[in-house]
Design a protein around this ligand. Structure first.
Ligand SMILES: *Cc1c(COP(=O)(O)O)cnc(C)c1O
Length: 379
């Protein structure tokens, strides 16, 4: 292994993921499904899942079956739900690996039943109702037929309905009137399902924002994602909920140079220093998940201070104006991290780039290497 410091690195603190999970688990005092979809929001699927389990997660949630199979292939045996199921999904593989799945429609139940017959296994099935997000789930009009199909399959032993669930549109605005409306639709759907004999299924509705802010949505299980990684779903200070950001994004300066006042910096010369200054070139760009919208806006810790990116973010690099600070090639700069050591936070970057921290952490990658620190889930 080379001992040279990495050019550009994502440092992920597994102990923070475990501690965040433990804090949320204690807050809700009921089962918690840690959401590890999309490579654990950019934090690394398997190590992050193990850390969340070490922190007390009762189950794991992913979007697609492939993610679930990757966890099983790595030896993760915890209860596991893959909810984003399209026509032709490989339910045989899912059931064989003991992965729970979800249905939005009668045809989905039929596909799951077919796989149950093929494998001789009973599928552990969640039914999703669309309570107002207008994304996944059966509409309230479609719900009785979905419930009837699932109840029939349960009577035949092909499935066991273990979950009734939905997703909120406005959990990050905890006083929004849609929350009460979605809850009412959800509870009516649960009544319909229970009247059809689906009495043992757990009800789940709460994402991270609802897990921290809306106890009335917790029901039998919560499904936090972003909060597991220590980011505040409401855009505030995660420490308010005992959460600590797990990801630090850093790079080594590739080159510095002294330039006179008035030079044009990066494509289109959208930045010009007003005095003689030092420019530091950082070898990451939009191909690595640095948003181009961060140009001239997002802050980077370099030479002891936060400095906005100077000029446009390019495909492979961007530039900082570090003034007269003694920054040299090879020095470490920090794009975002917990914010406790002078570095910017992912929330600051999100504000600067007109996006949400979810998108930043989920898309960062490219030629960054990832290094896990901490021990949670590693032994
Ligand atoms: C991604 C996702 C979650 C987790 O959302 P966070 O806001 O990250 O907590 C929960 N449920 C569903 C259906 C999701 O797609």
């Amino acid at each position: 292994m080379s001992s040279a410091p990495a050019r550009a690195e994502l440092v992920v603190d597994l102990d923070a993921i475990a501690a965040n999970t433990a804090a949320l688990r204690e807050r809700v005092d009921r089962p918690l499904m840690a959401v590890v979809k999309a490579d654990a929001y950019g934090h690394g699927l398997v190590p992050s899942a193990r850390a969340a389990l070490a922190g007390g997660a009762d189950a794991l949630g992913v979007a697609v079956v492939e993610e679930a199979l990757a966890l099983r292939a790595a030896g993760v045996t915890a209860p596991l739900l893959a909810w984003l199921n399209a026509p032709g999904e490989d339910y045989v593989a899912a059931l064989t690996a003991d992965v729970e799945v979800s249905a939005n429609a009668v045809w989905g139940v039929e596909e799951v039943v077919a796989a149950a017959r093929t494998t001789g296994r009973t599928a552990r099935l969640h039914l999703k109702v669309d309570t107002g997000l207008s994304r996944g789930g059966a509409t309230p009009d479609e719900w009785p037929a979905l419930v009837a199909a699932a109840a029939g399959a349960q009577a035949d032993g092909a499935v066991e309905v273990v979950g009734l669930w939905s997703h909120l549109a406005y959990a990050d605005a905890p006083t929004h009137p849609t929350i009460g409306r979605q809850k009412a639709v959800f509870e009516e759907a649960v009544t319909v399902a229970r009247d059809a004999g689906l009495r043992d299924a757990r009800r789940h509705l709460a994402n991270s924002a609802a897990t921290v802010a809306l106890p009335e949505t917790w029901y039998d299980l919560v499904r936090p994602g972003i909060a597991i990684y220590g980011l505040d779903p409401l855009g505030g200070d995660p420490a308010a909920y005992g959460l600590r950001p797990a990801m630090t994004v850093e790079a080594r300066v590739m080159l510095t140079k002294r330039v006179p006042a008035g030079v044009g910096v990066s494509y289109g010369h959208t930045y010009s220093p007003s005095t003689e200054t030092t420019l530091a070139v950082v070898p990451v760009g939009y191909a690595d998940g640095i948003p181009r919208a961060a140009s001239n806006r997002a802050p980077v810790l370099a030479g002891g201070a936060q400095r906005p990116i100077a000029g446009r973010v390019c495909m492979d690099q961007f530039v900082l104006d570090v003034g007269d600070a003694p920054v040299r090639a090879g020095d470490r700069v920090v794009l975002w991290g917990p914010g406790t050591d002078g570095e910017p936070t992912a929330q600051q970057w999100a504000d600067a780039a007109d996006t949400i921290h979810y998108e930043l952490v989920a898309r960062i990658g490219g030629r960054f290497t990832r290094r896990h620190v901490g021990t949670a889930g590693t032994v």
